[in-house]
Ligand binder design. Sequence first.
Ligand SMILES: [Zn+2]
Length: 303
Amino acid sequence: MKRFALLILSAMVLMAPIAGCSTNPATGEKQLNWLSVEKEKSLGAEASPKFVKQYGGDVPSPQILAYVNDIGQRLAAVSERPDLEWEFHVVDSAVINAFALPGGKVFVTRGLMEKLDSEAQLAGVLGHEVGHVTAEHIGQQMTRAIIITGIGVGVGIAGEQSDDDWMTVLGVGTSVGGGLYMLSYGRNQETQSDELGVRYMTRLGYNPIAQVQVMKVLKEASGGGGGAGTEFLATHPYPDTRIKHLNKLIREKYPDYKDKQKYRVYRDRYRRTALKGFKNLPPPEHDPENKPPKPNDAGQPYR
Ligand SMILES: [Zn+2]
């Protein structure tokens, strides 16, 4: 019985490329992605406000929101998918994480931003998430989930999934220990997004070394597990592999990264606008360590 199911599964995976295979504009790779651009956009628009709410809403500071959105929009504008309806949110959560929904909806938590120390580092985080969107990792992971879980009628055929099927998949595997997790990515996808993040941030003149600093900050924040940074590492695994890969990439592709005229970090501006701004706000609205979410809030918010 099990073997039979496996046979069907592998047959579907083998047949699938005929239906949903395309070449990605950012990576130049062939990929299996059944999530159409139209679906991607509508799904992102529907899920984004729910997601913001789940994470304590946008931080109550128009200045910080405008500052982060401006950096994000500039990164998106130099990416391979400038025409999506990009949104960049700072959610009022103590959790340390950043994530992207389909269609160019990107989120960074206040908890993560408070750990950073320069605008270039923030650009690295946002650029990495933009990379997940431009490389269409989300659609690929969701397609995999559709195939593996067998969710939806007409499973195994591209375009047969309903909006509800996609929303379900967006929620599948996202709930661990009562917290909310996005679909996690594979090792190659993470290093690919790091690389794309560096591509976009350097196009805007940010120093790529800041991307390595971000990885180190996050590794430290998770401090042997149980720390607030654990969530980021759960959704963005392989920090050591990624640091190694980034160091190599920067030395090979950006050998002049020490050139302070060419690559900037904007530390003062970040401290003045973001870090000082957070100090003037009440504590984060969403803080699972101090205030466990209500039973209804935990689990699968998308269903
Ligand atoms: Zn990632």
